[in-house]
Design a binder for this molecule. Structure first.
Ligand SMILES: [Zn+2]
Length: 332
């Protein structure tokens, strides 16, 4: 994955979008660490505010804007609506009050249903800035029900073989989704403490989980472990002293070599980003006059969109940019 850029600035609104360095006022689309810095004022959804506080401390300066509510900010109307990427993840639509020119920034997004976050919504806008991590035609994810069934089958087969199944997903978002997949399956979970820490925030926003315990190496018989794919996993594997089969959940699992890259026994294409057909659907639904693509395969996806008649350009390689809501060309 490419390095995240240092953000997009809208000078007329005096507003930054997902900058990674501290700014006076910034929109934070969601609570993954590559989208967050300790800004003086953070515009975000209430759930993102709660996750940021749980992860980074109660003093985090969040200014929550509820989904569906409009606020006025420096001559612009601002609306947040769900991006479907992780709990609280938001898209932002900014409309200039003087002439109605509008801009929509998706942040990280996914259109497929999730068990642990608010469903994606679409809006129209003149300018669309979209995240394009999986912007190549080869990235077409299988039906979500099939992926969930494969995860459960992996767990049962591993337990039947007398081994310990360990599902790997990062501690905010993916791990909770993996845990929620076990709901109603009869399988019992043990979760790493970094995952447990965020469960009350999910529950306070209406999401439910199957019975779980905190990881205890002495009590793993018959349990499915849910861990982050980081150093904690190695420490746990050393403590368990039992044969263990690991499975990683990532959109990159479309590539059959992914499990080797992640040093896992299995890899499932459970992603929290849009696949290529869903990226195209997003562009079609927003009906923009101009599209700017960012992250992942931004340049080939913009070229693909131009062949389909869109005015689309990549922000790839642009470290930081200023943008007007009008249709003038962007300054790099
Ligand atoms: Zn993210």
């Amino acid at each position: 994955m490419e390095a995240r850029d240092r953000g997009i600035y809208l000078p007329e609104a005096e507003l930054w979008l997902d900058p990674s360095r501290v700014k006076p006022v910034a929109f934070v689309s969601h609570a993954h660490s590559d989208h967050f810095a300790r800004h003086h004022r953070i515009l975000c959804s209430p759930a993102t505010g709660d996750v940021l506080k749980a992860r980074y401390g109660q003093k985090t300066a969040c200014d929550p804007v509820a989904f569906g509510q409009s606020i006025e900010h420096n001559g612009h109307s601002i609306e947040l609506f769900p991006a479907g990427h992780a709990l609280g993840s938001a898209q932002i639509r900014i409309e200039r009050l003087s002439d109605g020119a509008s801009l929509l920034y998706t942040g990280d997004f996914k259109r497929r249903p999730s068990l642990t976050c608010e469903p994606y919504e679409a809006r129209t806008a003149d300018t669309l800035i979209m995240e394009t991590t999986f912007g190549l035609p080869k990235f077409r994810f299988p039906a979500i029900e099939d992926v969930r069934a494969d995860v459960l089958r992996f767990c049962r087969e591993t337990l039947d073989a007398g081994e310990v199944p360990m599902l790997l997903g990062y501690s905010f978002g993916k791990a909770q989704e993996l845990l929620a997949i076990l709901t109603g399956s009869g399988l019992e979970a043990m979760v790493h403490d970094s995952i447990r820490k965020l469960l009350p925030t999910f529950e306070s926003h209406g999401f439910a989980f199957p019975p779980w315990q905190v990881f205890d190496p002495g009590g793993i018989d018959g349990k499915v472990l849910v861990f982050p794919p980081t150093a904690e996993r190695k420490a746990a594997l050393a403590e368990i002293k039992r044969p263990c089969r690991t499975a990683v959940a990532t959109g990159w699992a479309i590539d059959p070599r992914a499990r080797y890259r992640y040093r896992a026994d299995a890899a499932f294409p459970l992603s929290d980003h849009a696949d290529w057909p869903d990226l195209l659907r997003c562009a079609q639904e927003v009906q923009p006059s101009r599209i700017l693509t960012t992250h992942g395969y931004a340049a080939p996806f913009a070229a693909d969109l131009r062949r389909r008649g869109f005015n689309a350009w990549s922000l790839h390689g642009i470290d930081q940019m200023e943008l007007s809501l009008g249709l003038d060309e962007p300054e790099a």
